[in-house]
Design a protein. Structure first.
Length: 104
């Protein structure tokens, strides 16, 4: 599944309705489409493998932050933000959570 979307991957609600067959074909081919209302992202049509990955993911909002989330994978953690419907990952430190979460 692609994470980064281009402007052509964004459709308004009317466009999405009119092009629903194409949007679904893109999802089946592994591409996501962002659906907008008045220019603001409100939903995404994503491939089923991406949906299942989200269902299985251990994701929580980071305490003390309104816009940051963490994904837990085993003993590792990934912090991320979603900005204007796009996933933004800034890698600051990689390692076991006991080492990464400790203040230095």
């Amino acid at each position: 599944m692609r994470v980064h979307s281009t402007s052509s991957d964004r459709l308004g609600i009317r466009e999405t309705r009119a092009q629903l067959s194409d949007v679904l074909n893109k999802a089946a081919a592994g591409e996501a489409t962002i659906v907008t209302r008045n220019g603001e992202a409100v939903a995404a049509v994503i491939p089923m493998d991406g949906y299942h990955a989200l269902e299985d993911a251990d994701i929580k909002r980071l305490a003390g932050h309104d816009d940051l989330y963490r994904l837990r994978v085993g003993d590792d953690r990934l912090a991320y933000a979603v900005c204007d419907g796009e996933l933004v990952v800034l890698v600051v430190k990689v390692g076991h959570r006991r080492d990464v979460c400790r203040a230095q």
